[in-house]
Structures are given as C-alpha cells and as structure tokens.
Design a protein around this ligand. Structure first.
Ligand code: GUN
Length: 292
C-alpha cells in the first residue's frame, strides 16, 4: 500500500512555483497576485482562506484578502467583484464558498471575469473543461489529477466511482476522469444521495473518489482488494481532548480500508494541501496568460 502524500507533493509543487517566481523577479517581471474574497466569519472558511494567503507568501506571490461582513448584500459583493475584474494588478481571484443565504451563488460566479477565475467555477471555464479545452481546472480536482499523475497511478480502462456530485469536486472529477488522456480514460460512475445500494457499486470500483463529507462513511467491506482511494472529505468532528476542540475526519475508515488499498490519501495531508498548491498553479497560469 502506498500513501498518496499530498503534503509532500504540494510542497514539491510550491518549490517549483517559487523557483519560477524567482526567475520572474530576476527578469524584472510582475509577480502573480491572487485575491481572495470571504463573506462572513465561518471558522472553516477563514482557515482555508488564511492558508491560501500564507501559501502565496511562501511562493513569493502578492496576495490580498478581502473580508466582508456576513450582512453584505449581493449588490455590494458584485461591486467588489467588478472592482477586482478591473484591477490590473490582480491576476486571479476567488470568492470563498459557501456564501451567506442572502447572496445567490450562481449570480456571483457569473460576475467573475473568466480570465481571472482561478477557481475554474465560471460556467465558461467549466464548459471548456468539459469540452477538453485548455482552461482553469477547479483546484481540488486538479490536485487529485496531479497526485494520480505524480504517483503514476494507472487510470486507463479502470472503473472510477465518484461519491458526491458537488459542483466543486464530484461533478468536475467525474468529467475529468472520463476524459481522453492520462490521468483519465476511465469508466466513471457518479454516485450521490439518491444512489441505491452504493456498496454494490463501490465494491466494483478500481478507483474511489469520495467527496461526501460523512466521516468514516467508506468501510473496508465496501471496497475490493487493491482499490485506489482518494478521500476528499474534511469534516470537523468535536473532540474536547484536542487543543482546537475538534479533529478533521475524512470520508474513509482509513485504518481498515488502507489494509485493502493499493494507494490511499490520508486525511489530513492528502487532497487538502494539493488544493492550495493547484490554486497557486492556476494563478501562475493566469499571470502568464495576461502577459501574452
Ligand atoms: N469552498 C470549499 N472549497 C472551495 C474552493 O475550492 N474554492 C472556493 N472559492 N470556495 C471553496
């Protein structure tokens, strides 16, 4: 069994990016500048955005964090997005999800200039991705592809079962794994909350990508021997014995499933750190495209 070490690979990627940023600086070029907009005070979202900003500093990017109160109206957020679209110094930006209930997420995603949409959430970029055109691939799916590639995991002709149909992970992952090319070329089953007898389906899987958000959902009796496991779950579970008062749990019963797996991502330290590395990669692409 091989651990797909997202912490190590994301560090490698950040070092590669930092080396490119150093070269940009030597040549007197503008370094990439990422902005992140966060609405409200959700603890998990603040943690994620904080990590994104720190990652920018680590590789030598400029970063801007824009924190708006949870009472922000849709119109106010749209004004902020339009300002970022116009700002020539900003190469890419993200609007951290979820948004408070008074704001329509769809309207917001449509406002982002597709050339600065480093999350790859704008319908134009999502459509391009689905049509195999070059574009920004959402960071978490992009990170999963990168892990499969760097560990040379065979995907061609394999049966990939994706659990969860979210717009951020499950849906794009199902599209990417069925694409011609590598990683990809697999036969994909996309399962979700209305799927019947899910264990019958996961037991047929060569590769399982779980983005459900239910701790320890995937048990050893739901997988076959030598399965490849990608665990995208990151649920905070209360644990008063921890200094933070919680532990992070994946979707997979790691202790038992890992005994049957050929490759498996841990939580934490698997997919999570890859997401941030790939956001940085998309921001570098955005900068390079604005140069051309
Ligand atoms: N919320 C959870 N994951 C993400 C992500 O990748 N990007 C944004 N913008 N919000 C998120």
């Amino acid at each position: 069994m091989t651990i797909l070490d997202g912490k190590k690979i994301s560090n490698d990627i950040k070092n590669e990016i930092a080396a490119r940023v150093d070269k940009m600086k030597e040549r007197g070029e503008k370094v990439p500048h990422l902005a992140a907009v966060i609405v409200g005070e959700d603890g998990a979202s603040l943690t994620y955005v904080g990590s994104k900003v720190r990652a920018c500093e680590r590789v030598g990017y400029k970063s801007t964090m824009i924190q708006l109160p949870h009472t922000t109206s849709e119109v106010e957020l749209i004004q902020q997005i339009r300002a970022l679209n116009k700002d020539n110094d900003i190469d890419g930006f993200i609007v951290q999800l979820p948004l408070p209930p008074q704001i329509d997420e769809e309207k917001i995603l449509l406002e982002v200039d597709p050339s600065k949409d480093v999350d790859g959430f704008h319908p134009m970029n999502f459509g391009k991705m689905a049509l195999d055109m070059s574009t920004f691939i959402p960071a978490t799916p992009f990170g999963i592809l990168e892990l499969l590639e760097r560990y040379k995991v065979e995907t061609q002709g394999k049966h990939t079962v994706v659990i969860g149909r979210s717009h951020i992970v499950g849906r794009p992952m199902s599209i990417l794994m069925s694409r011609k090319g590598w990683p990809g070329n697999s036969t994909v089953t996309l399962t979700h909350s209305s799927t019947k007898n899910i264990a019958d389906i996961t037991r047929q899987a060569d590769i399982i990508i779980s983005a459900l958000g239910v701790p320890d959902f995937l048990k050893a009796d739901m997988v076959k021997d030598d399965v490849v496991i990608i665990d995208v779950g990151i649920t905070r579970v209360k644990d008063e014995s921890q200094p933070r008062g919680y532990v992070i749990k994946g979707d997979v019963d790691f202790e038992n499933v890992s005994k049957k797996a050929s490759f498996i991502t841990p939580v934490p330290g698997g997919v999570g750190p890859m997401t941030i590395a790939m956001l940085l990669k998309n921001t570098l692409l955005a900068r390079e495209q604005r140069n051309n």
